[in-house]
Design a protein around this ligand. Structure first.
Ligand SMILES: [Zn+2]
Length: 334
């Protein structure tokens, strides 16, 4: 991580020597893992407005010119943004939410009403609605790949908050907190039923993550990662855009300590490019078989079918089996 204050000072003084006159800056601190410093300047030397952005994780202060990206604005748009900002008299506002890990936004500008500072977490709050249009204008001058950040930042206005929140770590202590608090009522009912009907077929703690396979219409992987004492990342491979029944059932299984380890297999065949990506470790996690294939869980949490026999040779050996040795028995047939 960079030293925030000195990093900004270096960039600011470099740009000010080049004739940049700061009107507004926007700092995204650990927003989707980005540390982005974005500025709106009037550049006297060329008499034009510019948008500048710098990835603060990726800058060498000996040669800042190689890392500072700028875009000249059309004259009309520059004037429009300058006027918009000049009319904002919202008081300094600090709305950081300690239920959110990272995703901090800091906006600073100076206009006829004085020096203004606004901070918030993840979503632009209603109190700062006057910044809605300026932010959109700034982002139209940034690379397309940053549009996802803009969409997320403005999710309060599009109704997408729940969707974005469920993709991020949540303030939740796996040992102490009640799981019902983070799920919709109807999901709790369905999740309990799923757990009771035995849909959580595998559950294992692997490194710092709980990994579960929850079977349903399709098998889905649930991964629960304790980020620190306060925050937990809960993910499922199903298409739900909120905390789902698979995750609820898994959390219940963790609470009840209903562990059931995955199979572990080792690839012993000849190297094949197709297989490269699943062989990044000494062993692969396997959640069962389907006809003449093993169901292997990749590092990207996908379940892929891998043939048991390749070029006439058996290419997996079992490292960890269940008590009945059912996987080893199954492989003997080949
Ligand atoms: Zn799910």
């Amino acid at each position: 991580m960079f030293k925030k204050k000195t990093s900004f000072e270096k960039i600011d003084s470099y740009l000010s020597k080049k004739g940049y006159d700061l009107i507004m800056s926007l700092f995204l601190e650990n927003y989707n893992n980005y540390y982005l410093y974005i500025r709106f300047d009037y550049v006297k030397t060329i008499q034009a407005y510019k948008i500048t952005w710098i990835d603060m994780d990726f800058i060498n202060y000996k040669h800042p010119e190689n890392y500072i990206n700028t875009q000249i604005m059309t004259r009309n748009m520059g004037i429009k943004l300058d006027r918009l900002l000049g009319s904002i008299d919202t008081e300094n506002t600090y709305l950081e939410d300690d239920n959110i890990l990272g995703d901090r936004v800091e906006i600073v500008f100076n206009n006829k009403f004085g020096y203004k500072e606004y901070t918030f977490s993840r979503f632009l709050p209603n109190e700062l609605k006057s910044l809605f249009d300026p932010i959109i204008i700034v982002f139209t001058y940034l690379p397309r790949s940053m549009e996802v950040i803009l969409e997320e930042m403005l999710a309060k206005y599009s109704g997408g908050e729940e969707y974005y929140n469920h993709l991020k770590p949540i303030k939740f202590n796996l040992k102490k907190d009640k799981i019902d608090d983070i799920f919709r009522k109807d999901v709790i009912e369905r999740g309990k039923k799923y757990y009771e009907e035995g849909h959580v077929t595998f559950l294992e703690k692997i490194d710092n993550k709980y990994v579960a396979l929850v079977s349903g219409d399709k098998p889905y992987l649930v991964i629960i990662e304790e980020i620190d004492e306060d925050f937990t990342l809960i993910r499922c491979t199903c298409p739900c855009e909120y905390y789902c029944k698979h995750e609820y059932a898994t959390l219940l299984a963790i609470k009840e300590k209903k562990f059931n380890n995955f199979y572990k297999v080792r690839f012993i065949g000849k190297e094949e490019t197709l297989l490269e990506r699943i062989r990044n470790g000494a062993y692969s996690i396997c959640c069962g078989v389907e006809n003449d294939s093993l169901l292997i869980i990749t590092n990207d949490n996908e379940i892929v079918k891998m043939p048991i026999i390749l070029n006439g040779k058996k290419c997996f050996e079992v490292i960890e089996d269940d008590d009945d040795k059912s996987l080893s028995e199954y492989l003997k047939k080949f």
